[in-house]
Design a protein around this ligand. Structure first.
Ligand code: ZN
Length: 340
C-alpha cells in the first residue's frame, strides 16, 4: 500500500490518567489504578488510530509522562533529587533537570510489557518511540562524564538493550526522537549519528529517527521566529543521515518554513513526511494533506513517502488530536486514489 500513514508518536493523555495540556504532567492515578489507566488510554488511542486509517500506529506515549524523563525514570546513574537548571535545546528554554552521577544502567525493561500489550491489541504496524541519545544528553545535566559524546554513547548502549527487547515483543518500527539534531548540527556530524547508530545496532526491525522543530509551545514558537524565512538545518544533517544505517527519517513539512526540496538529500531513506502541523489547532483538510504529499512527490518516489504528523500531539486537546488523525488518514487515502 502506498502512503501508509503513521504519526510522530505522542497523543494527548485523558484527564483520568494525567494532567492535561502540559508537557511535563503529573499522573492523576497511582499504583494499580495508574497501570490500568495507562493501558485503557493506550487501547482507546489504538482504536482511534485504526478508525482514522493510520497504518503504523503507536501507544500515543500513554505509558510515560515526558518523552525523555519518562523513559529514564527507572534507569540507574541519574539523581532525580539533584536538580540542575539547564537551558535546554541551546537555551531555548530553562528547565530543572535531573543530574547524571554515574554510568547509566537499566535495572529492568522499561517499555517491553507495554509494547507487548499494544502488540496483542492491534494487527496494524506498531511503532515504539524512544528518546535519542543526543536529546537525552540535552535534557539531563552531566555530573559524571565531562564529555557529551561519551555520555551519549553510554545512553545509546542502554537504549540498544531496550530496543532489542521491544523488537522481541513484536514491535515493527523503533523510532528514536532527536529534536536536538536540529539544534547542534556540528555535534550531529561529530558524534550524534554515531550514537544513534549505536542505539540501533543489530536491530532487524525498521528503524527511524524523528527530527523536528518541537511541540507547538510558546518557547518553540519564539525560537522559530528567529530562524529566518527558510529553515535549512536539515540541509547539514541529511547527507550524513543518508549515509547512516537508519532506515526512515521523520521530518517536519506542514505549515513550516522547511523547504521540502531538502528531502532530495535523503535519496536512500523512507520519508515520514509531516503533513499535519501540530503547532496549530486548525484541522488540515484532506486536500491540504494531499497538497503536501504532492510537493514531496516532486523530490521522492511515492514508495518512500509515509504521511506523518510534524511532531507529537501530546499538548493538544483530545478533540483536535482526533480530528488531525482523521485528516491524516483521509488525506493519505485521497493521495492513494489520485497518485496510484
Ligand atoms: Zn518532534
Amino acid at each position: 500500500m502506498l502512503f501508509r500513514p503513521t504519526l510522530a508518536g505522542s497523543l494527548p493523555k485523558p484527564s483520568w490518567l494525567a494532567e492535561t495540556g502540559k508537557l511535563w504532567p503529573k499522573w492523576t492515578q497511582s499504583g494499580a489504578e495508574l497501570d490500568q489507566a495507562k493501558r485503557d488510554a493506550a487501547l482507546i488511542w489504538i482504536k482511534l488510530q485504526e478508525d482514522a486509517g493510520v497504518e503504523i500506529l503507536t501507544d500515543g506515549e500513554q505509558f510515560r509522562t515526558h518523552f525523555v524523563h519518562g523513559f529514564l525514570e527507572t534507569v540507574g546513574g541519574i539523581d532525580w533529587d539533584l536538580k540542575t537548571k539547564m537551558g535546554i535545546r541551546n537555551n531555548r528554554y530553562v528547565v530543572d533537570v535531573p543530574t547524571v552521577t554515574g554510568v547509566p544502567k537499566r535495572s529492568r525493561p522499561v517499555h517491553r510489557d507495554e509494547a507487548a500489550f499494544c502488540r496483542a491489541h492491534t494487527k496494524k504496524g506498531l511503532k515504539f518511540t524512544l528518546p535519542g541519545p543526543m536529546t537525552i544528553c540535552d535534557t539531563l545535566a552531566d555530573g559524571h562524564f565531562g564529555k557529551r559524546a561519551d555520555m551519549a554513547m553510554a545512553f545509546a548502549e542502554i537504549l540498544n538493550e531496550e530496543a532489542h527487547e521491544l523488537q522481541a515483543a513484536g514491535v515493527d518500527t523503533i523510532q528514536f526522537d532527536e529534536p536536538a539534531f536540529n539544534v547542534f548540527t556540528d555535534d550531529v556530524k561529530e558524534w550524534g549519528i554515531a550514537a544513534l547508530e549505536r542505539a540501533a545496532r543489530g536491530l532487524t526491525c525498521t528503524t527511524a529517527v524523528h527530527i523536528c522543530y518541537g511541540y507547538g509551545i510558546d518557547a518553540n514558537m519564539k525560537w522559530k521566529e528567529t530562524l529566518g524565512a527558510e529553515w535549512r538545518q536539515y540541509e547539514e544533517i541529511f547527507p550524513p543521515l543518508n549515509a547512516s544505517s537508519i532506515k526512515q527519517v521523520s521530518l517536519e513539512c506542514a505549515g513550516s518554513h522547511v523547504p521540502i526540496s531538502l528531502i532530495s538529500l535523503l535519496p536512500d531513506k523512507d520519508l515520514l513526511v509531516g503533513v499535519i502541523d501540530v503547532a496549530t489547532n486548525n484541522i488540515e483538510t484532506p486536500e491540504q494533506v494531499v497538497g503536501t504529499i504532492a510537493e514531496a512527490l516532486k523530490y521522492a518516489d511515492a514508495e518512500r513517502i509515509y504521511p506523518c504528523t510534524n511532531c507529537g500531539m501530546a499538548p493538544l486537546s483530545r478533540a483536535v488530536a482526533e480530528a488531525k488523525l482523521t485528516a491524516l488518514g483521509a488525506g493519505a487515502a485521497l493521495a492513494r486514489e489520485r497518485f496510484s
